[in-house]
Write a protein that binds this ligand. Sequence first.
Ligand SMILES: Cc1cc2nc3c(=O)[nH]c(=O)nc-3n(C[C@H](O)[C@H](O)[C@H](O)COP(=O)(O)OP(=O)(O)OC[C@H]3O[C@@H](n4cnc5c(N)ncnc54)[C@H](O)[C@@H]3O)c2cc1C
Length: 370
Amino acid sequence: MILIQRIPGFKKKFFHETINYLWQMQVDYIVVGLGLAGLAFTQELEKNNKSFIVFEDNSQNSSLVAGGMYNPVILKRFSPVWNAIPQLKKALPFYRMMEEKFNRKYDYKIDIYRIFKSVEEQNNWFVSADKSKLSPFMDTKIINKKFNGVISKSGFGRITETGRIDTISLLRDYKNYLNVEEKLIQESFNYAQLNISKEKVSYKKYSAKKVVFCEGFGIRQNPFFSDLPLTGTKGELITVHAPSLNINFLIKAAVFVLPLGDNYYRVGATFNWTDKTLNPTIEGKEELVSKLKTVINIPFEVVEQKGGIRPTVKDRRPLVGKHPKYRNLAVLNGLGTRGVMIAPTVAEQLYNHLEKDKELDNEIAIERFL
Ligand SMILES: Cc1cc2nc3c(=O)[nH]c(=O)nc-3n(C[C@H](O)[C@H](O)[C@H](O)COP(=O)(O)OP(=O)(O)OC[C@H]3O[C@@H](n4cnc5c(N)ncnc54)[C@H](O)[C@@H]3O)c2cc1C
């Protein structure tokens, strides 16, 4: 047994601080939350050889219930998604890199077929497809083919370069990997136990240079960042089995219908701005079923239902940056309805901001609300 004695003349406070420091595990970063934001940020840390520990308590699940789609076109108005082209340029290699890391497929390329409600919508489609930000993705040929069980009077417009990330498998594999590496603590981060000084933070047995909070809607409980205007929008999805529906593209109409294989389809999603619980509701299911009946007219059975809160912000832009007073605390949040595409870009921007003092884009910096 090692006996540590206080050297006479050594100040008691300094002695205790030294002993604490020796006991503590030193890391560069503590990361709170392991959804898409936490995953993308810890990947930045790994890439740059920074040490870290992650806390995850399964209190939120947006990344796990997400449809996982990436799509550069807003399908209601046929307009470009904010910064879609640069975001896709970063996101697609990011998910490829994850596929290589774990030797598993996560990125499933799939076209989107938008059902036209009218000839007028077809005309709007052509106007948009001519625009430089949209032309790489919008096919100018109208698809008039009939598909068994799919209701369409005015045909479909096809969007390409789109796909689905299997976020469940990706996050499961990444959690297993962090577990093996002893970098994942499966418990709630308790803000009251965080000690902050100018140079470092300490939390239980960890001492870190910085903490990055990637808590999704959980930020509402975080006393350091709860003032940020993250409203949260609940979304529900159902999975249906439709034995005679045989499509290998995603249909977008009143709902999206995403093929999962073996005649299973994910159908979503609802938008609810008042209910902040994660549990699936009867109203959510009824809404999705009745909308699905306007898209397909063949039998189906609901086999699963899920709910989660999208971390949405009133101006629909991410929330990124350092705490105004505690400069070694930072936030990566507000990925809204498009975390798959946005997360890798904003994680890199936050890393460069924290480590290289690079300015954040005004559009994502939390300073816009301070
Ligand atoms: C129904 C639905 C469908 C969606 N479809 C799509 C889609 O098709 N494409 C797309 O791009 N996006 C989609 N989204 C949005 C997408 O899910 C989000 O943008 C993204 O997943 C948010 O990731 P996040 O890491 O910020 O949050 P989350 O995924 O919520 O992760 C936050 C994590 O932090 C943890 N946490 C929180 N507080 C603490 C604490 N104190 N201690 C420890 N851990 C904590 C939580 O448990 C959670 O794991 C959808 C969302 C929903 C709800």
